[in-house]
Design a protein around this ligand. Structure first.
Ligand SMILES: *[C@@H]1O[C@H](CO)[C@@H](O)[C@H](O)[C@H]1NC(C)=O
Ligand SMILES: *[C@@H]1O[C@H](CO)[C@@H](O)[C@H](O)[C@H]1NC(C)=O
Ligand SMILES: *[C@@H]1O[C@H](CO)[C@@H](O)[C@H](O)[C@H]1NC(C)=O
Ligand SMILES: *[C@@H]1O[C@H](CO)[C@@H](O)[C@H](O)[C@H]1NC(C)=O
Length: 240
Protein backbone atom coordinates (compact mmCIF):
# COMPACT_ATOMS: atom_id res chain seq x y z
CA UNK A 1 0.00 0.00 0.00
CA UNK A 2 2.78 2.38 1.01
CA UNK A 3 4.58 1.42 -2.18
CA UNK A 4 1.66 2.23 -4.54
CA UNK A 5 1.23 5.49 -2.65
CA UNK A 6 4.81 6.54 -3.47
CA UNK A 7 4.31 5.49 -7.13
CA UNK A 8 1.33 7.80 -7.18
CA UNK A 9 3.52 10.63 -5.89
CA UNK A 10 6.15 9.85 -8.50
CA UNK A 11 3.50 9.88 -11.23
CA UNK A 12 2.15 13.19 -9.96
CA UNK A 13 5.69 14.61 -9.89
CA UNK A 14 6.24 13.65 -13.55
CA UNK A 15 2.88 15.06 -14.57
CA UNK A 16 3.74 18.36 -12.88
CA UNK A 17 7.20 18.46 -14.51
CA UNK A 18 5.65 17.65 -17.89
CA UNK A 19 2.98 20.33 -17.49
CA UNK A 20 5.56 22.91 -16.47
CA UNK A 21 7.54 22.11 -19.64
CA UNK A 22 4.50 22.28 -21.89
CA UNK A 23 2.98 25.33 -20.24
CA UNK A 24 5.74 27.53 -18.86
CA UNK A 25 4.15 29.86 -16.31
CA UNK A 26 5.95 33.19 -16.44
CA UNK A 27 4.79 36.10 -14.36
CA UNK A 28 5.07 38.43 -17.33
CA UNK A 29 3.55 38.90 -20.78
CA UNK A 30 4.09 36.17 -23.42
CA UNK A 31 7.01 36.43 -25.85
CA UNK A 32 6.43 38.23 -29.16
CA UNK A 33 6.22 36.28 -32.43
CA UNK A 34 7.74 39.08 -34.54
CA UNK A 35 10.19 41.97 -34.10
CA UNK A 36 7.42 44.40 -33.27
CA UNK A 37 3.70 44.88 -33.50
CA UNK A 38 2.78 48.53 -33.13
CA UNK A 39 -0.70 48.43 -31.60
CA UNK A 40 -3.57 49.44 -33.81
CA UNK A 41 -5.58 50.99 -30.98
CA UNK A 42 -8.56 51.71 -33.21
CA UNK A 43 -9.05 48.14 -34.34
CA UNK A 44 -12.33 46.52 -33.39
CA UNK A 45 -10.80 43.06 -33.35
CA UNK A 46 -10.71 41.74 -29.77
CA UNK A 47 -7.84 39.49 -28.80
CA UNK A 48 -5.16 39.15 -26.11
CA UNK A 49 -3.39 42.48 -26.66
CA UNK A 50 -3.88 44.60 -29.79
CA UNK A 51 -3.56 43.69 -33.48
CA UNK A 52 -0.60 45.20 -35.34
CA UNK A 53 -0.61 48.34 -37.40
CA UNK A 54 0.40 47.63 -41.03
CA UNK A 55 4.25 47.27 -40.92
CA UNK A 56 4.49 49.22 -44.21
CA UNK A 57 3.28 52.26 -42.32
CA UNK A 58 5.64 51.97 -39.33
CA UNK A 59 8.22 54.75 -38.92
CA UNK A 60 10.84 55.70 -36.31
CA UNK A 61 8.24 57.94 -34.67
CA UNK A 62 6.33 54.85 -33.59
CA UNK A 63 9.22 53.74 -31.36
CA UNK A 64 9.85 57.01 -29.51
CA UNK A 65 7.67 58.39 -26.74
CA UNK A 66 7.68 62.06 -25.79
CA UNK A 67 4.83 62.02 -23.29
CA UNK A 68 7.20 62.44 -20.32
CA UNK A 69 8.68 65.70 -21.62
CA UNK A 70 5.82 68.16 -21.17
CA UNK A 71 3.27 66.49 -18.97
CA UNK A 72 0.82 69.37 -18.60
CA UNK A 73 -2.05 67.32 -17.23
CA UNK A 74 -3.37 68.09 -13.77
CA UNK A 75 -2.57 66.23 -10.57
CA UNK A 76 -5.13 63.76 -9.30
CA UNK A 77 -7.04 64.12 -6.03
CA UNK A 78 -4.14 62.50 -4.11
CA UNK A 79 -1.57 65.00 -5.41
CA UNK A 80 -0.12 62.48 -7.82
CA UNK A 81 0.31 62.50 -11.58
CA UNK A 82 1.40 59.53 -13.66
CA UNK A 83 2.20 59.73 -17.33
CA UNK A 84 2.06 56.26 -18.79
CA UNK A 85 4.14 54.80 -21.57
CA UNK A 86 2.09 51.65 -21.55
CA UNK A 87 0.41 50.25 -24.61
CA UNK A 88 -2.63 52.53 -24.52
CA UNK A 89 -0.39 55.61 -24.80
CA UNK A 90 2.71 54.10 -26.41
CA UNK A 91 1.46 51.52 -28.95
CA UNK A 92 5.03 50.35 -29.73
CA UNK A 93 5.20 48.28 -26.54
CA UNK A 94 2.37 46.03 -27.78
CA UNK A 95 3.54 42.37 -27.47
CA UNK A 96 6.95 43.41 -26.04
CA UNK A 97 6.10 42.80 -22.38
CA UNK A 98 7.46 46.11 -21.07
CA UNK A 99 6.18 49.56 -20.17
CA UNK A 100 7.16 52.55 -18.12
CA UNK A 101 5.57 55.49 -16.35
CA UNK A 102 6.71 58.84 -15.01
CA UNK A 103 5.25 59.76 -11.63
CA UNK A 104 5.19 63.17 -10.00
CA UNK A 105 4.00 63.67 -6.44
CA UNK A 106 3.23 67.03 -4.87
CA UNK A 107 4.61 67.66 -1.39
CA UNK A 108 2.44 65.40 0.81
CA UNK A 109 1.06 63.65 -2.27
CA UNK A 110 0.56 59.91 -2.32
CA UNK A 111 0.36 57.11 -4.84
CA UNK A 112 -2.29 55.46 -2.65
CA UNK A 113 -2.05 51.71 -1.95
CA UNK A 114 -2.61 49.87 -5.22
CA UNK A 115 -1.63 46.74 -7.12
CA UNK A 116 -0.56 45.93 -10.67
CA UNK A 117 -2.14 42.53 -11.26
CA UNK A 118 -0.08 41.83 -14.39
CA UNK A 119 3.43 43.09 -13.61
CA UNK A 120 6.45 43.36 -11.36
CA UNK A 121 7.56 46.97 -10.97
CA UNK A 122 10.98 48.62 -10.71
CA UNK A 123 10.57 52.06 -9.14
CA UNK A 124 13.38 54.61 -9.37
CA UNK A 125 13.34 57.89 -7.45
CA UNK A 126 14.96 60.72 -9.42
CA UNK A 127 14.12 63.79 -7.30
CA UNK A 128 12.79 64.37 -3.80
CA UNK A 129 12.23 62.11 -0.84
CA UNK A 130 9.50 59.48 -0.53
CA UNK A 131 8.45 56.56 1.61
CA UNK A 132 7.77 53.54 -0.57
CA UNK A 133 6.84 50.03 0.37
CA UNK A 134 4.83 46.93 -0.37
CA UNK A 135 2.89 44.40 1.67
CA UNK A 136 3.36 40.67 1.17
CA UNK A 137 0.54 38.13 1.07
CA UNK A 138 1.56 37.32 4.69
CA UNK A 139 0.83 40.99 5.55
CA UNK A 140 4.48 41.85 6.12
CA UNK A 141 5.26 45.45 5.18
CA UNK A 142 8.65 46.18 3.61
CA UNK A 143 9.28 49.91 3.32
CA UNK A 144 11.99 52.53 3.39
CA UNK A 145 12.61 56.20 2.92
CA UNK A 146 14.02 56.68 -0.57
CA UNK A 147 16.46 59.37 -1.67
CA UNK A 148 17.41 60.12 -5.30
CA UNK A 149 18.73 57.24 -7.40
CA UNK A 150 17.38 54.60 -5.02
CA UNK A 151 15.49 51.80 -6.69
CA UNK A 152 12.89 49.46 -5.24
CA UNK A 153 11.37 46.35 -6.81
CA UNK A 154 7.69 45.67 -6.19
CA UNK A 155 6.85 41.98 -6.76
CA UNK A 156 3.97 41.29 -9.13
CA UNK A 157 0.47 42.02 -7.84
CA UNK A 158 1.49 43.02 -4.30
CA UNK A 159 -0.12 46.07 -2.67
CA UNK A 160 2.26 49.04 -2.59
CA UNK A 161 2.38 52.81 -2.09
CA UNK A 162 4.61 55.86 -2.46
CA UNK A 163 4.28 58.91 -0.20
CA UNK A 164 6.12 62.18 -0.72
CA UNK A 165 7.73 63.18 2.59
CA UNK A 166 10.13 65.68 1.03
CA UNK A 167 9.95 69.47 0.93
CA UNK A 168 9.12 69.70 -2.77
CA UNK A 169 7.90 67.72 -5.73
CA UNK A 170 9.05 64.09 -6.10
CA UNK A 171 9.85 62.63 -9.51
CA UNK A 172 9.93 58.88 -10.08
CA UNK A 173 10.06 56.43 -12.99
CA UNK A 174 8.62 52.94 -12.91
CA UNK A 175 9.28 50.09 -15.34
CA UNK A 176 7.03 47.03 -15.69
CA UNK A 177 7.35 43.62 -17.28
CA UNK A 178 3.99 44.02 -19.00
CA UNK A 179 2.71 46.22 -21.80
CA UNK A 180 -0.25 47.08 -19.57
CA UNK A 181 0.38 46.33 -15.87
CA UNK A 182 -3.14 47.55 -14.92
CA UNK A 183 -3.65 49.48 -11.72
CA UNK A 184 -6.19 48.87 -9.00
CA UNK A 185 -6.40 51.26 -6.03
CA UNK A 186 -7.51 49.46 -2.85
CA UNK A 187 -9.52 52.33 -1.35
CA UNK A 188 -11.37 53.03 -4.59
CA UNK A 189 -11.92 49.34 -5.39
CA UNK A 190 -13.62 48.82 -2.04
CA UNK A 191 -15.26 52.15 -1.28
CA UNK A 192 -15.77 53.83 -4.63
CA UNK A 193 -16.84 51.14 -7.08
CA UNK A 194 -19.82 51.28 -9.45
CA UNK A 195 -22.20 50.23 -8.05
CA UNK A 196 -20.79 50.50 -4.54
CA UNK A 197 -20.05 47.46 -2.39
CA UNK A 198 -22.95 47.10 0.10
CA UNK A 199 -22.21 48.77 3.45
CA UNK A 200 -22.90 45.54 5.30
CA UNK A 201 -20.09 43.76 3.46
CA UNK A 202 -17.63 46.52 4.31
CA UNK A 203 -18.78 47.10 7.89
CA UNK A 204 -18.43 43.38 8.62
CA UNK A 205 -15.08 43.10 6.84
CA UNK A 206 -13.58 46.16 8.54
CA UNK A 207 -15.41 45.49 11.83
CA UNK A 208 -16.82 48.99 12.09
CA UNK A 209 -20.37 50.31 11.87
CA UNK A 210 -22.14 51.49 8.71
CA UNK A 211 -21.65 55.17 9.55
CA UNK A 212 -17.89 54.76 9.38
CA UNK A 213 -18.24 52.95 6.04
CA UNK A 214 -20.41 55.82 4.77
CA UNK A 215 -17.83 58.32 6.04
CA UNK A 216 -15.03 56.64 4.07
CA UNK A 217 -17.22 56.33 0.96
CA UNK A 218 -18.01 60.04 1.04
CA UNK A 219 -14.48 61.14 1.96
CA UNK A 220 -13.11 59.47 -1.19
CA UNK A 221 -14.98 62.05 -3.24
CA UNK A 222 -13.20 64.87 -1.37
CA UNK A 223 -9.79 65.64 -2.87
CA UNK A 224 -6.68 65.61 -0.67
CA UNK A 225 -5.54 68.74 -2.55
CA UNK A 226 -8.70 70.79 -3.27
CA UNK A 227 -6.69 73.80 -4.48
CA UNK A 228 -5.06 71.67 -7.18
CA UNK A 229 -8.29 69.99 -8.17
CA UNK A 230 -10.09 73.29 -8.66
CA UNK A 231 -7.44 74.32 -11.22
CA UNK A 232 -7.63 71.25 -13.40
CA UNK A 233 -10.36 71.20 -15.98
CA UNK A 234 -10.14 67.44 -16.45
CA UNK A 235 -10.53 66.67 -12.74
CA UNK A 236 -9.04 63.49 -11.36
CA UNK A 237 -6.47 61.94 -13.66
CA UNK A 238 -5.84 58.26 -13.08
CA UNK A 239 -4.04 55.76 -15.18
CA UNK A 240 -6.23 52.95 -16.33
C1 LIG B 1 -0.68 54.01 -44.61
O1 LIG B 1 -0.79 55.38 -44.28
C2 LIG B 1 -1.41 56.13 -45.29
C3 LIG B 1 -1.31 57.58 -44.89
O2 LIG B 1 -1.65 57.76 -43.53
C4 LIG B 1 -2.83 55.67 -45.46
O3 LIG B 1 -3.48 56.39 -46.49
C5 LIG B 1 -2.82 54.20 -45.84
O4 LIG B 1 -4.14 53.71 -45.89
C6 LIG B 1 -2.03 53.41 -44.84
N1 LIG B 1 -1.88 52.07 -45.33
C7 LIG B 1 -2.21 51.02 -44.61
C8 LIG B 1 -2.03 49.72 -45.30
O5 LIG B 1 -2.62 51.09 -43.47
C1 LIG C 1 7.89 70.94 -24.62
O1 LIG C 1 7.67 72.28 -24.28
C2 LIG C 1 8.67 73.15 -24.77
C3 LIG C 1 8.43 74.54 -24.22
O2 LIG C 1 7.06 74.87 -24.27
C4 LIG C 1 8.65 73.11 -26.30
O3 LIG C 1 9.66 73.94 -26.83
C5 LIG C 1 8.89 71.68 -26.77
O4 LIG C 1 8.75 71.58 -28.18
C6 LIG C 1 7.89 70.73 -26.12
N1 LIG C 1 8.28 69.37 -26.46
C7 LIG C 1 7.40 68.43 -26.76
C8 LIG C 1 7.96 67.08 -27.08
O5 LIG C 1 6.19 68.59 -26.75
C1 LIG D 1 -20.08 53.99 14.95
O1 LIG D 1 -18.78 53.77 15.55
C2 LIG D 1 -18.21 54.97 16.03
C3 LIG D 1 -16.82 54.61 16.53
O2 LIG D 1 -16.86 53.51 17.37
C4 LIG D 1 -19.06 55.61 17.09
O3 LIG D 1 -18.49 56.81 17.53
C5 LIG D 1 -20.45 55.88 16.53
O4 LIG D 1 -21.30 56.36 17.53
C6 LIG D 1 -21.03 54.62 15.90
N1 LIG D 1 -22.27 54.97 15.22
C7 LIG D 1 -23.37 54.25 15.30
C8 LIG D 1 -24.54 54.71 14.51
O5 LIG D 1 -23.42 53.22 15.98
C1 LIG E 1 -4.15 76.55 -8.27
O1 LIG E 1 -4.79 77.77 -7.97
C2 LIG E 1 -4.41 78.35 -6.73
C3 LIG E 1 -5.27 79.57 -6.49
O2 LIG E 1 -5.74 80.14 -7.67
C4 LIG E 1 -2.92 78.67 -6.79
O3 LIG E 1 -2.49 79.22 -5.57
C5 LIG E 1 -2.15 77.38 -7.05
O4 LIG E 1 -0.77 77.67 -7.21
C6 LIG E 1 -2.64 76.72 -8.33
N1 LIG E 1 -1.99 75.42 -8.48
C7 LIG E 1 -1.50 74.98 -9.62
C8 LIG E 1 -0.86 73.64 -9.60
O5 LIG E 1 -1.58 75.63 -10.66
Amino acid sequence: MAKSFSYLHLLMFFIIVLLSLVMPCYGADPSPLQDYCIADLSSDIYLNGYPCKNPDNVTADDFFYEGFINDTRGFDADGSKASGAHVDYFPAVNTLGVSMIQIQLLKGGVAAPHTHPRATEMLLLMKGKVIAGFITTDNILFYKTMTPKMLVVIPQALVHFVYNVGEGMALLYAGYNSQQPATQYMAHALFNSTPTVPDAVLSRSFRVNDSIVELIKSSLSVPLFPEIMSNTSSGSVRLK
